[in-house]
Ligand binder design. Structure first.
Ligand SMILES: [Zn+2]
Length: 489
């Protein structure tokens, strides 16, 4: 755990509710396309528009994906789960209820580990399947919000999209840890391919339950819910702002009211959306048009064995192999880059050097070009061949960076070919380096005197001059040794 949020005798108590849109081909209870960004109201049918008599059919792929997420999050998967109706009226729900799950969720209690220095565990209450609501667009309001808008229009393309709601216990003790937890959880869902979890597109949405209590107390204070923070940074800042607000209320002698709040990331302010409903307000009851979901032990074992390496396990593996924790964490949450590194390291047999190149030159190239690892012209094989030339001493780091630049520009070039064409092979050997050193020392008698007079740092200048003389190709380590020997001799 990073340092817990504690102020004036109070501590933070934070839980998250995370909605993940599952990346299925079709919607949760009908065969409409589950597709973001299409022409509004084109992916709709009688079922998702709730025409009378239309019957839902549960999407088995959504159930499979949701179960895989549950297994990956360390949840218990009950043998039977059940869909329920959650009653509410709002224009984004044509049925006037949402098909969700209530007392028999698909995934029951779990435990999620955030690894690394200051790592911590978060208990998961449950993860259940439900259908998303339609998207409402509030025209004329500020930032698309309802307050001040002239009218609202509804796009039903999103209604009925499969959603997995993941609920954590209030085990998180600082805004920063909330962000860490969500980062790793997102990476886990992405790694198993259940969702792209793009916060900007709304396929990952996070609400935070926030309260404060006297340090050491085992009871919970009244919580408020922060809705739909659409970036990791806003999540952290929103929680921070709400903790400060609650502290001010309590220190001022007031009591925190249970309510739902919106965080405005631009102004940094919180505004009340509504007083929070209780579960009984929704009058949940079992959905009569859908059968319960049954899981078999054999099916679950198969799902579990089919999971890829998960971020926490990848982090452990990379740290055990000698990478630093920040590097391992960056790779743990980026499956594309981690897969790339694995391929490079397999070819070179040197994980550390491969990681330095993958996180250094290669990542900079990806960021600059806006590419993902698998889109880069520099395949793992091409980079591995370059690294091999550095490791065996054929070229130095400076030349290697030049070669890398050529590999990016010319997809046909090979590292060895570029080294030959540009005459980049390292100048090593005492004779060749000796000649260069002689020339440089002869040209800089004042610096030589200064060194002999005790100004050791002059050697940096002389190395630089020799390197320049060699066209950047000198073996830096051999050069240093030889130069020092010559100056001291
Ligand atoms: Zn439909």
């Amino acid at each position: 755990m990073s340092a817990p949020w504690q102020k004036d005798g109070y501590e933070a108590v934070i839980g998250l509710e995370i909605h993940v849109q599952l990346a299925t081909n079709s919607k949760m209870f009908c065969s409409c396309a589950n597709q973001f960004g299409d022409e509004p109201n084109t992916n709709v049918c009688m079922v998702c528009l709730a025409h009378p008599g239309a019957m839902p059919v549960a999407n088995s792929e959504a159930i499979r994906q949701a179960t895989r997420v549950g297994v990956a999050l360390g949840c218990r998967i009950p043998e039977t789960s059940e869909f329920s109706r959650k009653q509410y009226f709002y224009p984004d729900s044509p049925k006037a209820y949402q098909i969700s799950q209530y007392d028999q969720p698909l995934c029951a209690e779990g435990l999620f580990r955030v690894p690394g220095e200051g790592g911590f565990d978060v208990r998961l209450t449950r993860a259940h399947l439900e259908e998303d609501a339609a998207k409402m667009i509030h025209a004329g309001g500020e930032g698309g919000r309802i307050s001040g808008s002239a009218g609202s229009i509804v796009d039903f393309n999103r209604v009925g999209t499969p959603l997995l709601e993941i609920v954590s216990e209030p085990d998180i003790r600082s805004p920063e840890d909330a962000r860490r937890f969500l980062t790793l959880l997102r990476a886990t869902v992405v790694a198993i391919g259940a969702s792209e979890c793009d916060m900007e597109k709304g396929s990952l949405r996070a609400d935070a339950n926030v309260s404060i209590r006297p340090i050491g107390s085992s009871e919970y204070g009244t919580k408020t819910e922060l809705k739909n923070m659409n970036s990791f940074r806003f999540l952290e800042r929103g929680i921070e702002a709400e903790l400060e607000r609650q502290l001010e209320v309590v220190l001022g002698g007031g009591t925190v009211q249970q309510e739902t709040l919106h965080f405005d990331p631009v102004a940094g302010t919180l505004s009340s959306l509504r007083s929070k409903e209780q579960a009984h307000d929704y009058r949940y009851f079992p959905e009569p048009d859908l059968l319960p979901v049954h899981q078999t032990e054999a099916g679950l074992i198969e799902l579990g064995s089919d999971l890829p390496e998960l971020p926490a396990a990848r982090f452990d593996r990379l740290v055990a192999a000698g990478l630093t924790e920040p590097t391992a964490l960056a790779l743990a949450v980026d499956a594309g880059l981690a897969g790339y590194l694995d391929a490079v390291a397999t070819a070179t047999g040197d994980l550390k050097t491969s990681a330095n190149w993958t996180m250094g030159e290669f990542s900079a190239h990806l960021n600059g070009a806006g590419l993902s690892a698998d889109q880069s012209p520099v395949t793992p094989e091409r980079l591995a061949a370059l690294i091999a030339l550095v490791v065996d001493g054929t070229i130095n780091q400076t030349a290697a960076k030049e070669v890398f630049g050529v590999l990016v520009e010319d997809a046909q070039a090979t590292a060895a070919g570029v080294v030959a064409d540009r005459n980049l092979a390292q100048v090593g050997g005492d004779d060749a380096l000796g000649e260069i050193i002689d020339a440089v020392l002869a040209a800089h008698p004042e610096e030589v005197e200064a060194f002999k007079g005790g100004r050791e740092q002059v050697i940096g200048f002389l190395v630089g001059q020799c390197m320049k003389q060699s066209g950047g190709r000198a073996d830096a380590k051999a050069l240093q040794g030889l130069l020092r020997a010559r100056l001291n001799g």
